[in-house]
Design a protein around this ligand. Structure first.
Ligand SMILES: [Zn+2]
Length: 134
């Protein structure tokens, strides 16, 4: 068997075989990076599209809050009590129900024929500003 000899490829690299493996590896790495980028872009797009199904605007919230808000929206819709989520009716307006999402955000619902209907998600600051006399 003849000893393999390194050959010089057009790219300037030396190696064995028909193609330069160094360049081939680089090309593959670049390709998988492009695929990864495309996937991320697609995921972002799909994530954006999920907001179209929300009855209220949840864009701009952290993903975990979005999921939590959606869970509450669906649970309320299927008849679960808002108090199960720590929700309270406001003292100055019993038609308004406030459900905490976390320390900074809460979901505001209006009582529509006895059913809490989500209106918006507000930050703590926004919420305080909506209080009369605040
Ligand atoms: Zn090469």
């Amino acid at each position: 068997m003849a000893r393999k000899r390194k050959k010089l490829f057009a790219c300037g690299h030396k190696g064995y075989g028909q193609i330069c493996h160094r360049c081939e590896d680089e090309r593959k790495a670049k390709e998988s990076k492009t695929v990864e980028k495309e996937q991320k872009k697609l995921e972002k797009q799909l994530w954006k599209e999920t907001f179209e199904g929300d009855p209220i605007d949840l864009t701009g919230l952290m993903p975990n809050l979005v999921m939590k808000a959606r869970n509450i929206i669906h649970s309320l819709d299927s008849g679960q009590d808002y108090r199960d989520f720590g929700g309270k009716r406001l003292n100055y307006d019993r038609q308004v129900i406030s459900i905490p999402l976390n320390r900074d955000y809460r979901m505001i619902c209006h009582d529509v024929d006895g059913k809490p209907t989500p209106q918006s998600v507000v930050s703590h600051e926004q919420y305080n500003r909506t209080k009369p006399g605040a």
